[in-house]
Write a protein that binds this ligand. Structure first.
Ligand code: NDP
Length: 385
């Protein structure tokens, strides 16, 4: 049997770990091309050795000597820097898992798309920032873009065999995050430690904060807007605290299809890795009798304005989603560093969007330039006067 070639961008992160856990269970079926990280050379080298990767790459060049040392004598190539990351991502692979966090994943994800294989996309910020540019590249290269985000993977499954023209609504479910029951007085004082403690999912720090502000759902709204072109007016968000229904599609005849599963990213990752087949996961079967109740309610966009901001950015189009994403990344980093109040994250994103409206980017280089300028301006606005 020919083994399928796979590259994992962001191998040392939460998505990387879940992917490698699945690969480990089917070791004979896969051949690892590239594994990448930002600066965690020790963990990356450990994984590269375990999985006999062709090449391991750290984006942060300062971490390259440590990576080289840890891989000495193994025959595994080691490289560092942004160019090396893009080169590794453009190596021929059947599947590339785009699991880098933030817009930093954009250039390597685009490089993987250009080589025309299957892209299992977790890195939502890349698609949010580069929407039209990325979808045009997918069409041009013939790459297959499979969503790994649990909501989009659910929608993808609910759409199978149906025509988008028959869709009445696509409904993204949101857990509501750890603060969904908190009043404003408490939200203002929310700490990074409280924000990263998600009730249902175990994820990296940035997406956990996005989940707490509901910006994660906002980014997912824009992601869905590009992946499933039914128009922003047919996309809805509903809060579903149990995170069992991962999203739904309602058709014009009144039928609603939903995908259900445990809150474990190995399920949507397995769906993308095996598509159009299925593969085993070690996840416990869904026990609905034990869960008992599935509840739903409308989101509160006064306390959590991020979904409104994202919807407005999607409707405005052009550079707005890239500006929203860049401002959010800067604000979340400042919050995690203890320099910004939790409620100031969305406020800062709104301020940046109000004060910076560049022309629509039409190429990868222009998206990267908008992203860089929006970051610079957001940092400037956040500096005490
Ligand atoms: P993590 O923070 O756990 O991991 C991020 C990965 O990206 C690490 O390998 C990290 O390397 C690497 N990385 C960070 N910064 C850079 C950079 N500047 N250049 C290159 N590589 C970098 O994130 P998650 O796994 O939680 O999330 C990854 C993506 O998947 C995000 O876009 C997120 O929104 C999305 N996603 C995640 C889900 C989850 O359950 N975790 C669910 C759905 C979507 P290093 O270890 O060296 O820092």
């Amino acid at each position: 049997m020919t083994r399928r070639a796979i590259s994992i961008l962001g191998a040392t992160g939460s998505i990387g770990a879940s992917t490698l856990d699945l690969i480990r269970r089917e070791a004979g079926k896969w051949r690892i091309v590239a594994l990448t990280a930002n600066a965690n050379a020790v963990e990356l080298a450990k994984l590269a050795r375990e999985f006999s990767a062709e090449i391991a790459v750290v984006a942060d060049e300062a971490s390259l000597p440590a990576l080289r040392e840890a891989l000495a004598g193994t025959g595994i190539a080691a490289a560092g820097g942004g160019g090396a990351l893009v080169e590794a991502a453009s190596r021929l692979a059947d599947v590339t898992v785009a699991g880098i966090v933030g817009c930093a994943g954009l250039a390597p994800t685009m490089a993987a798309i250009e080589q025309g294989g299957t892209i299992a996309l977790a890195n939502k910020e890349a698609l949010v920032s580069a929407g039209e540019v990325m979808t045009a590249a997918v069409a041009r290269s013939g790459a297959t873009l499979l969503p790994v985000d649990s909501e989009h993977n659910a929608i993808f499954q609910c759409l199978a065999g149906n025509d988008l023209a028959h869709v009445r609504w696509i409904t993204l479910t949101a857990s509501g995050g750890p603060f969904r029951e908190w009043p404003l007085e408490r939200l203002v004082r929310a700490t990074p430690a409280e924000a990263v403690k998600h009730p249902n999912w175990s994820m990296g720090a940035k997406i956990s904060v996005d989940s707490a502000t509901m910006m994660n759902k906002g980014l997912e709204f824009i992601e869905a807007f590009h992946l499933f072109p039914v128009g922003a007016e047919r996309l809805r968000i509903i809060v579903h605290p149990q995170s069992i229904v991962h999203s739904m599609v309602e058709y014009r005849d009144g039928s609603t299809l939903a995908q259900l599963g445990p809150s474990d990213m190995r399920v949507p990752i397995a769906s993308a890795l095996a598509w159009p087949e299925r593969m085993d996961t070690p996840c416990a079967p869904l026990d609905l009798a034990a869960i008992g109740e599935l509840t739903f309610r409308a989101p509160d966009e006064v306390l959590f304005p991020a979904t409104r901001l994202a919807r407005e950015a999607a409707e405005a189009g052009g550079a707005a989603p890239a500006v929203l994403n860049a401002a959010n990344e800067v604000a979340v980093a400042a919050f995690l560093a203890g320099k910004l109040a939790f409620t100031a994250i969305a406020a800062q994103v709104e301020e940046t969007l109000g004060r910076f409206a560049p022309p629509a980017p039409t190429s990868l280089a222009e998206v990267i330039a908008v992203d860089a300028e929006a970051r610079y301006r957001t940092r400037e606005m956040m500096e005490p006067a």
